[in-house]
Design a protein around this ligand. Structure first.
Ligand SMILES: NC(=O)c1ccc[n+]([C@@H]2O[C@H](COP(=O)([O-])OP(=O)(O)OC[C@H]3O[C@@H](n4cnc5c(N)ncnc54)[C@H](OP(=O)(O)O)[C@@H]3O)[C@@H](O)[C@H]2O)c1
Length: 316
């Protein structure tokens, strides 16, 4: 019979502790999101150098940022404006769209158009593409950012809210990519950046719908990249860990994870900068933050049944 020594017991407990912290981090990535107001200063890591970008290359280029008025979308829009891309920002609320436009135009001297749409609505993708095509926009990048998560999910959400989540998280991303494809192809080389989440790497029972919709975005992006590879359109998928797009996420991350949470969490401006930089470099999977990359690698490596069971037992 095999002896169970105290060292083996300690090792087992350490492993459990490590996995618990790991999965807690990933579930935080699935928390509800509201955004950083454009008036807030967005710190960007000094290590990222802007001087290697030939600005003239982008002088009349446009990028569409669906969900670009706040949070990560605003961070992405700002990173693009820094590179002299003109922008089309899409969101539901006019006040934050106007605030984002004013700030980006005055800080970066780019032209910003704003379109008020609910992206969960079927007609939005067609109307947006029509608007861009009529103006013969030199479209170089489409960023599908808007998404819906939250503390409630399957079993506790109404059927309407479940439809809304699927329509916004999956359908709008797929529909906009398709309706804007002709313009992206015409202006190739061009890029599509889809925003998923680290929550898309594993089933999370308490966030069933959110993790399922985000995994759909990951799979869709992988396949689309190969479907478009001969058309000069790069496809990337951004999988953020916890991003401080509202004070609650910051407070909860610090409270639950302490120092490790601090290591993993990102600010929207930094997230957007890394996302744009790597998309332009043609990277497929983008996971900003070293700790987030390590964690996501472990979760993807472990058997899916184990990860699901651990998430279930954690109840987070
Ligand atoms: N924050 C995180 O920790 C985190 C982690 C992993 C993944 N993500 C993903 O990253 C993306 C952005 O998250 P975030 O935290 O930056 O969100 P956010 O701060 O709430 O910003 C969302 C943006 O999308 C717009 N938007 C939301 N619903 C929309 C709709 N139905 N139609 C049109 N525009 C809509 C919002 O403007 P309006 O409200 O005016 O419409 C806003 O511009 C989401 O897909 C989210 O799932 C976030």
């Amino acid at each position: 019979m095999k002896m169970v020594t105290p060292i083996v017991i300690i090792q087992k407990h350490l492993m459990k502790y490590f996995l618990a912290i790991l999965l807690l981090n990933l579930s935080l990535a699935a928390q509800s999101q509201t955004g950083l107001q454009p008036g807030t200063s967005v710190p960007v890591n000094d290590q990222i150098k802007e001087d290697s970008i030939p600005l003239s290359q982008y002088a009349d280029a446009y990028a569409v940022v669906a969900g670009g008025s706040k949070g990560i979308g605003y961070g992405i829009a700002e990173a693009l404006a820094r590179r002299k891309y003109n922008l089309v920002l899409i969101a539901r609320h006019m006040d934050s769209l106007v605030a984002a436009k004013n700030k980006l135009e005055s800080h970066y001297g780019v032209h910003v158009e704003i379109l008020q749409h609910d992206l969960s609505k079927k007609e939005s993708a067609v109307e947006i593409a029509q608007w861009c095509t009529e103006r013969n926009l030199k479209l170089k990048m489409l960023c599908n950012v808007a998404g819906f998560g939250g503390s409630k999910d399957y079993l506790t959400l109404s059927l309407d809210s479940l439809h809304y989540m699927v329509n916004l998280n999956i359908e709008s991303c797929m529909a906009l990519s398709l309706t804007l494809l002709p313009l992206l192809e015409k202006n190739a080389p061009s890029y599509i950046m889809n925003v998923a989440s680290m929550a898309g790497f594993a089933p999370i029972p308490i966030k069933n719908m959110y993790s399922a919709t985000k995994s759909a975005v990951v799979f869709f992006s992988y396949s689309l990249r190969y479907q478009l590879k001969d058309r000069g359109i790069g496809v990337s998928v951004l999988c953020p860990g916890p991003v401080y797009t509202k004070p609650e996420i910051e407070i909860e991350t610090k409270k639950k994870l302490g120092f490790l949470g601090k290591l993993m969490a990102m600010k929207p401006g930094r997230e957007g900068e890394v996302a744009v930089k790597k998309t332009l470099k043609g990277k497929l999977m983008i996971i900003p933050g070293t700790w987030n990359r390590v964690m996501s690698w472990v979760v993807r490596f472990l058997p899916r049944r184990w990860v699901t069971a651990i998430y279930y037992n954690l109840g987070t």
